[in-house]
Design a protein around this ligand. Structure first.
Ligand SMILES: Nc1ncnc2c1ncn2[C@@H]1O[C@H](COP(=O)(O)OP(=O)(O)OP(=O)(O)O)[C@@H](O)[C@H]1O
Length: 277
């Protein structure tokens, strides 16, 4: 039975301005999941992830991380369990070389020097950054900087990674490479929570989707169910991925990506050709 990592129960949160951002939200994540957190602008996604990181405190409700109430946890305890990757990597990169940046977190957590070196080397290798270890982070591309931010987070060996719109501002190749990295990390056992507006990414990579609308959870289930026509996703400001919509119209099937759509169309054309041969 997979371990329950994050258990947020009956969460209410109101900003000091009086804006109620979350109402009665339950959100649980078990070890090994790849969860997408979606919803229109202002629906409460960032607030929920900040509460999970104990950067905010809920007005009511409880948050447990691996069975421990986060209200009683230190920032270092949190960092050992959850890594957070901001939308804009410039907000979290400060050192003058990639390797120093990646080693900083384990150093702060008090890892022994050999363990710092080992963790940083592993994080650089898994993110494909080993060759850039000595580079000045500010000179890297947006996609490479985002990978430095991910390497810095995983070097602390957290069980879970929360990423806020990590592909924004990247070209399609960089975005795909980043999503493949997240899939690889997930296969290595790191639980992923991906905050995204991109329905294609949800359909293609996530195993579970959670949708917030006006501070309430309105959907929690497999992406296929989110897009199968049974949910009123338009009312939540979402649209089905274009490849999926097109494949339903053209082939009556559900393509999770443009690549799958092309494969389906090629197979349909081949079948047609065989019928008339
Ligand atoms: N610091 C703040 N003070 C007051 N209200 C805030 C603050 N931060 C967010 N809000 C409001 O709380 C609600 C939820 O915001 P939140 O940032 O959690 O939504 P989101 O789903 O992450 O949006 P986006 O997709 O635009 O990042 C919104 O109405 C937002 O305007």
């Amino acid at each position: 039975m997979p371990e329950l990592l994050l258990n947020m129960k009956d969460i209410e949160f109101t900003y000091s301005s009086g804006k109620k951002a979350l109402a009665k939200v339950d959100f649980t994540v078990t070890a090994g999941e790849f969860v997408a957190l979606a919803g229109r602008n202002g629906s409460g996604k960032t607030t929920l992830t900040r509460l999970a990181m104990a950067l905010l405190k809920p007005g009511s409700g409880s948050i447990h991380l691996r069975g421990h109430n986060t209200a009683a946890m230190t920032t270092a305890d949190m960092a050992r369990s959850i890594g957070y990757v901001f939308q804009n990597p410039d907000r979290q990169i400060f050192r003058d070389s990639v390797v120093k940046e990646v080693a900083y977190g384990p150093e702060q957590l008090g890892f022994a020097p050999a363990a710092v070196t080992e963790s940083a080397a592993w994080a650089l290798a898994v993110t494909g950054l080993t060759e850039l270890a000595g580079s000045f982070p500010r000179t890297l591309s947006r996609g490479q900087k985002q990978k430095v931010a991910i390497a810095s987070a995983i070097a602390m060996r957290p069980q879970m990674l929360i990423l806020d719109e990590p592909t924004s501002g990247q070209d399609p190749w960089e975005a795909q490479s980043l999503m493949e990295l997240l899939t690889e990390l997930n296969q290595q056992g790191i639980t992923i929570i991906l905050v995204t507006h991109d329905m294609e990414l949800i359909s293609r990579y996530a195993v579970r989707a959670v949708v917030l609308e006006q501070g309430r959870k309105v959907f929690d289930g497999p992406p296929a169910e989110l897009f199968d026509g049974s949910q009123d996703i338009g009312a939540w400001g979402l649209m089905p991925p274009s490849a999926l919509a097109l494949s339903r119209q053209l082939t009556g099937m559900n393509a999770r990506s443009a690549d799958e759509l092309v494969e389906q169309l090629a197979a349909a054309i081949k079948r047609r050709g065989e019928q008339y041969a």
